[in-house]
Write a protein that binds this ligand. Structure first.
Ligand SMILES: Nc1ncnc2c1ncn2[C@@H]1O[C@H](COP(=O)(O)OP(=O)(O)O)[C@@H](O)[C@H]1O
Ligand SMILES: [Mg+2]
Length: 435
């Protein structure tokens, strides 16, 4: 049973659809809806939604804006590495490609404001437009003027900015002062909430009762160590596919138990995090296209050189360092094949898992791989740290070597193959294990 969302000006059926998808977030959705008011009324200029990872911030916003068919632009601050991309996306979403093409090269904030205002004169908002900033905490690293400007964008027209953040506003607020957004907190889901939400995607093969008690067992095992809905959903999907007929409970349990045990050991140590897993699922769905794997719109889209950095990191993690000369030196002279492929080295490097490598080795491979596609030096280091933030690379600290950080590549072979394809790099040709 879902409680009702009510707000004049919106289609009741649509509100019902929203409510059905927002289990355990009815209060937050209701509050948001009353802040938004009727579609043509002005909403509060800026709303700051704060909550831990997987507390449903993005989900709530996506569902509401999509189902209620409100004009919106969803901006991921991870993807918008520069403010010009942000400006472009906003103008494009609201006014189309002609508007975004009016932006000059490396546009300033005032260029954006000028064009936005000009477009609004031609096409004033008949209902509130929404800009949703995902991972808004990254805005703290952007130009200092950007955040204060976004918070009061409404001075231009009927537009509201919604910031989604895992960091509270107190730690976020620029110390120069700015217009204060309205704060909205998304608490963590309780055990009961998680049960309700997870029970929703029950499997046609099983009865609702069975599924519900299955979720119960799973939560009983995992709730103390993991409360992340995304992680849990990943577990549910990966364990129940191994189950058999629901009547044979004994066999059933025997089947699930080892998977639970394994999952318990690896819940935070998996090579592929649940976020990546979700992205990979999305990628698989899109595999039909010529660029199999990563479309420009999946969340995994990385900047061009970051992809090469990740490829280089993968090579550094899985190739023995002594083979670098053979792979990456154009004129490596004669290296006898027999020397190169040591007979006694039987174990696959992929089985052993990623090995740490120093920064200079990464850069050497990177520059060799990028080759003629000139790489800018300045941004490389910031891209490396972005990859670490995204958990695609992990930094391995050595207490005795503080100044020489080492890294490990944390993505799977499938993942790196998909990435390589988008930049036309045949990674298998460079992997020692596959020679
Ligand atoms: N109330 C809910 N009902 C169904 N699925 C949900 C709900 N809340 C979150 N999810 C799902 O859980 C995952 C994490 O939620 P998300 O909105 O991305 O979290 P956040 O943006 O707060 O980090 C997503 O796959 C989302 O679809
Ligand atoms: Mg989110």
């Amino acid at each position: 049973m879902t409680s009702l969302l009510e707000q004049p000006g919106y289609d009741e059926e649509k509100l019902q659809m929203v409510a059905e998808q927002l289990l355990c977030r009815e209060d937050q959705a209701g509050l948001l809806l009353s802040l938004m008011g009727q579609p043509q009324q002005y909403c509060y200029p800026s709303i700051f939604i704060y909550g831990h990872q997987a507390s449903g911030k993005s989900h709530v916003m996506h569902v509401m804006l999509k189902e209620l068919e409100l004009p919106h632009a969803i901006i991921s601050c991870v993807e918008c590495v520069s403010s010009s991309l942000l400006f472009e996306l906003v103008l494009f979403s609201f006014f189309g490609s002609e508007a975004s093409s009016l932006l000059p090269r490396s546009p300033s904030l005032s260029d954006f404001v000028r064009i936005y205002r000009q477009q609004c004169l031609q096409a004033p908002a008949t209902q509130t437009r929404y800009i949703v900033m995902e991972k808004a905490e990254l805005l703290r690293d952007a130009d200092a003027n950007l955040l204060p400007a976004l918070l009061r964008l409404q001075e231009l027209d009927n537009v509201s900015v919604i910031l989604l953040s895992e960091i509270s506003w107190d730690k976020f607020r620029p110390n120069t002062g700015c217009f204060e957004p309205l704060l909205l907190h998304f608490p963590d889901y309780s055990k009961g909430d998680l049960h309700q939400i997870l029970s929703q995607d029950s499997h046609p093969k099983y009865s609702d009762d069975f599924y519900s008690s299955y979720i119960n067992i799973l939560l009983g095992v995992f709730y103390t160590v993991c409360r992340d809905l995304r992680e849990l959903r990943h577990l549910v999907r990966h364990t129940h596919t191994h189950t058999v007929k629901e009547t044979d409970t004994h066999k059933l349990w025997r089947n699930i138990e080892p998977h639970l045990k394994k999952a318990m050991q690896t819940v935070y140590l998996r090579e592929v995090s649940s976020v990546q897993w979700e992205q990979m699922q999305q990628m698989e769905e899109k595999e039909a296209g010529a660029l199999r794997g990563l479309s420009a719109h999946t969340h995994v889209e990385l900047p061009y050189y970051s992809k090469f950095l990740l490829v280089a990191a993968y090579l550094a993690s899985y190739n023995p360092a002594r083979t670098d000369r053979r792979f990456f030196l154009k004129h490596h002279g004669k290296i006898k094949k027999t020397n190169f492929l040591k007979k006694n080295e039987k174990t696959s490097n992929h089985l052993l898992g990623p090995k740490p490598f120093p920064l200079d080795r990464l850069l050497a491979i990177f520059y060799s791989v990028v080759d003629s596609r000139v790489a800018p030096t300045a941004s490389i280091f910031s891209q490396i740290s972005s990859l670490v933030t995204l958990q695609l690379l992990t930094q391995v600290s050595h207490d005795d070597q503080l100044d020489a950080p080492k890294y490990k590549c944390a993505v799977s072979l499938d993942f790196i193959c998909a990435i390589s394809r988008t930049v036309n790099f045949e990674i298998v040709k460079y992997l020692y294990d596959f020679l």
